[in-house]
Design a protein around this ligand. Structure first.
Ligand code: VG1
Ligand code: CO
Length: 543
């Protein structure tokens, strides 16, 4: 098969964000857009010669076409072998596992995660490295550089490869192995958790609703929860992946998984409610009448992880992204293990996990994971919760309440302001950055500023420094506001305002979250001069 070199010119805007390159689907479908980015990735990793890659995606619109392009370009770039999920399906954590299991050189994951899918919605490409984790900043910088100087890409002319059947095929000299997307992931979960105990839990009448949101976790959740663990048929809802996710936002939070939330707050609620996102790396956990914030979930999972076989010997350490509440820090302190604060995005956990400094990581955006892969893992979090519930034989609400009693409560909420004109968002951030010194000791309503700065991360493993990772304002009395601009949006800027208030050990633990955060919210909005800078204070989404 003849390798073809096709001339091209750089296309603007191919800088990967928090989690890969994410754009409107129609942008990805423009001539050479995907090709340029894929070739730039090959160029950044020193070419494809002799390499083994994993390829798969979350099944959204354009997934199959993009995979065929990537297969042809892999053959054009001399790749030796590609392992691809049947019908092009792989969840992000399953792809991470396949990279590690097969000693692959990396992998392409096609997904815009929690963003909606469809021809008029969003698409994305992530490249994960040989450790199974998202490309670190050094690599994404190289990829971006390559997009700016690209002059040609390599491909082959060939008909589409049949990805519908598990087995081995070839594309020219390149071997392609089509694998069941669930099989090896399920085997890994069976190693980590006490499946017998979870089976006994379900056999004893425990009920659950898992909302796969018409996204990639449907087949995984059905096989594991209903198939292997004996959960009742119908436990998994919206379990068939659709190209447009049934026109929903596959984002597992109380807003976009509202049906599940309503069920869990009703008198028909099962014992556990859970949901995952487009590509299967996020999770939402709700008990009967009790929503668990992702920051609390991380802390509770860390505090109870020893109840699952994989973590029986304890944790090496815990890492959380900076905007995530410090609830997990308190657990680390009690356990006498290290705690780390990283910038937003899973790529920053990779070094800590590889170096064995941490075992469990999490983000406020509903991402939790461990050293079993190098991605956050939605179903893993659900299974760890199930394992803990099976061991402790208490309700989710009880476990959360007990945790707050032992550690105090971190009230937490995130406000998202979407499609803000980019200039206005930048002006607001500049305004914040310009007043750090003046803010110290100033009062806004009931809140007095104790510290104000911008987060820079010094990676303790490789010494790299990542600047401008978000503005932090700490208030006296345990309040905090964090401001940052999203790196996953596809329209204008998304301003994220993260609010938290610690109850202390003796404070009220049963307040309504928004009531508990009213003072810190008012102070935060005053400090950034929100109304004047972006023309509104009411967010699009509150989680
Ligand atoms: C968001 C979240 C971040 C998460 C990222 C990718 O980024 O805040 O915590 O890691 O999405 O998640 P941002 O820059 O928009 O705030 V997903 O499920 O794409 O893989
Ligand atoms: Co995701």
């Amino acid at each position: 098969m003849q390798i073809e070199t096709i001339e091209t010119t750089p296309i603007e805007g191919q800088m990967p964000g928090t989690s890969g390159l994410r754009k409107k689907t129609r942008v990805f479908m423009e001539p050479r857009f995907l090709e340029n980015f894929i070739q730039a990735t090959f160029d950044a990793i020193g070419g494809g010669d002799g390499k083994t890659l994993i390829v798969g995606g979350d099944g959204r619109y354009f997934n199959k076409d993009a995979i065929q392009t990537i297969l042809r370009m892999s053959a054009g770039n001399g790749v030796a072998q590609v392992i691809v999920g049947q019908n092009g399906i792989l969840s992000t954590p399953a792809a991470s596992h396949l990279i590690r299991l097969n000693g692959a050189d990396g992998g392409f994951i096609l997904s815009a995660s929690h963003n909606p899918g469809g021809i008029d919605e969003d698409f994305g490409v992530k490249f994960n490295a040989a450790n199974g984790g998202p490309a670190p900043e050094g690599l994404t910088a190289k990829m971006f550089e390559a997009t700016q100087s690209i002059s040609a890409y390599k491909t082959v002319t060939a008909p589409d490869v049949d990805l519908g059947t598990v087995g081995d095929v070839t594309l020219g000299e390149m071997a392609i192995r089509v694998v069941d997307p669930v099989e090896s992931y399920q085997a890994l979960m069976a190693e980590l958790f006490d499946f017998d105990a979870i089976r006994a839990l379900f056999a004893g009448g425990f009920t659950m609703c898992f909302d796969a949101m018409h996204a990639v976790t449907g087949p995984y959740a059905k096989a594991i929860l209903e198939g292997t663990l004996g959960a009742a048929k119908g436990t998994v809802v919206n379990g068939v992946p659709l190209e447009d996710f049934g026109k929903g936002h596959p984002d597992p939070n109380p807003i976009w998984a509202k049906e599940l939330m309503d069920l869990m707050m009703s008198d028909k609620a099962p014992d556990l409610g859970a949901a995952s996102d487009g590509d299967g790396d996020r999770n939402m956990i709700v008990g009967r009448g009790a929503y668990v914030t992702p920051s609390d979930s991380l802390a509770i999972l860390a505090a109870n992880a020893h109840l699952a076989p994989a973590y029986r010997d304890g944790l090496a350490g815990i890492a959380r992204s900076m905007p995530t509440s410090p609830a997990s820090d308190r657990v680390a302190a009690k356990l006498g293990i290290g705690s780390f604060e990283t910038p937003t995005g899973w790529k920053f956990f990779g070094n800590l996990l590889d170096a064995g400094k941490v075992t469990i990581c999490g983000e406020e955006s509903a991402g939790t994971g461990s050293d079993h892969v190098r991605e956050k893992d939605g179903l893993w979090a659900v299974l760890l919760w199930l394992n803990i519930l099976a061991a402790r034989k208490r309700s989710v609400a009880d476990i959360v309440a007990q945790h707050w009693q032992d550690y105090g409560r971190d009230y937490y909420s995130r406000y998202d302001y979407e499609a803000v004109p980019t200039d206005a968002a930048n002006t607001l951030m500049a305004h914040l950055r310009g007043q750090f010194d003046d803010l110290l000791g100033q009062s806004f309503g009931n809140m007095t500023v104790a510290a104000a700065d911008e987060f820079s991360y010094h990676d303790p493993v490789d010494g790299s420094v990542s600047q401008n990772q978000g503005v932090r304002i700490r208030f006296e009395g345990g309040g905090r506001a964090v401001f940052r601009l999203s790196g996953t949006g596809t329209q204008g800027a998304t301003l994220r305002l993260y609010l938290e208030q610690y109850s202390g050990m003796d404070g009220a633990r049963d307040l309504d979250t928004q009531v508990a955060l009213a003072d810190v919210r008012a102070a935060a909005q005053a400090i950034c001069d929100m109304e004047a800078k972006i023309g509104r204070t009411t967010p699009d989404v509150i989680t």
